[in-house]
Design a binder for this molecule. Sequence first.
Ligand code: ARG
Length: 458
Amino acid sequence: MSQKTWGGRFEGGTDAQVEKFTESITFDRRLFRHDIRASRAHAAMLAEVGLISAGEADSIRSALDEIGTEIEAGKMEFRTSLEDIHTHIESALIARLGDVGRKLHTARSRNDQIVTDVKLWVRDAIDDLDGLLVELQRAFVASAEREHGVVLPGYTHLQRAQPVLAAHYYLAYVEKLQRDRERLADCRKRVNILALGAAALAGSSLPIDRESVRQKLGFDSVARNSLDVSSDRDFLLEFVFVLSMIATHLSGWAEEWVIWSTTEFNFLDLPDGFCTGSSIMPHKKNPDVLELTRGKTGRVIGALQGLFVLVKGLPLAYNRDLQEDKQAVFDAFDTVGGCLAVAAPLVRQTKLRREVIASRLEDGFLDATTLMEGLISRGVPMRSAHEIVGKLVRLCEQKKCRLADLQDAEFDQPGVSGADIKKTLGVANSLAAFKSYGSTAPAEVAKQLNEWKNKLGM
Ligand code: ARG
């Protein structure tokens, strides 16, 4: 009999080149644990409904466990003639059990099998990523706590804007990562729907119990439409979208710290362990980890685009094109996992150069907006206050001085004493003036820092 699970219909063998062209075992072997887990549940169900005997199910499950151990130990020989991980495991089962092994694929197709395996894998991947995201959140929160009192220049357009507390700055990234965690949790809901039992495309005439398989594999519900199942890769696109979002967040942060670590900014003391040198310039300490984090984001976004192009023109139901989804997904996951794993210790170990930051904090009119708000709260209409402060800044630029260096009289307005309004100037006063919810007001930031520490079990 043919080695191929589908060999019956064929007289001639497969062209050797075609075997190499169509195989997926070189990359889908990564799913072996999930394939075995799904097969164990399937076998148990087949016995429950009487399609195989309880004894047969027992032998299948223990043989599957042995096969798993063998693969784990690197003892299975992978062959392109056996195409994919499903066929490798099924063939190994048949080699052990003969006819009993030949019963496992009852009421099942590789089309619903692959979706099931991938869903089980993505579910684990999501849980792993959540752990990595929490670790990075904790690193940002620890930094927020360590650098709490430090005041940073806040930027828009990379131009000095208003002062912000360093803790406020770090917590901004904690928020972004929290949204990524929520997105993953939401994606997980659509991942966690059982595909198995859809069989090739139309379901089965055999009396299978999909609810029982659902329970065994810990899925939340059973997919309603068998035709939808084998073509559905929405959950993979969603997953890689979230990975792209995480990578994008990391990329923005990495870019910021690349800039902050320049001689021009000199805000950061990047740890030696996370930098590399130059083979020709002896003085160099390059932020390669940050640069690679920024660069790898391209790979992840590329994977998302590749997946969209892959599925965009596919008719129902299974098409072999779909085999091409896995490498993109695996690579995107590995890439983002790697970036997150290295980001957490880098964040923890990177200290702000407080003196450098403080020595330049009064430059760049960080207090101008608070001055404007001071005028507003003393009754000056917003647009007029904006114009008054704009003119004062222009005067400072002519005189090459700060707002606080101007004479009191320059600040006098009808009904407003210049000497009084000048009390709002300076970064410390400016920072202390903030009040609104979510602002950089020290009391607000302290509250949020505490909330995050509680939420993240710190
Ligand atoms: N290896 C295929 C994939 O990764 C699954 C098997 C379906 N193959 C088939 N000829 N129906 O999508």
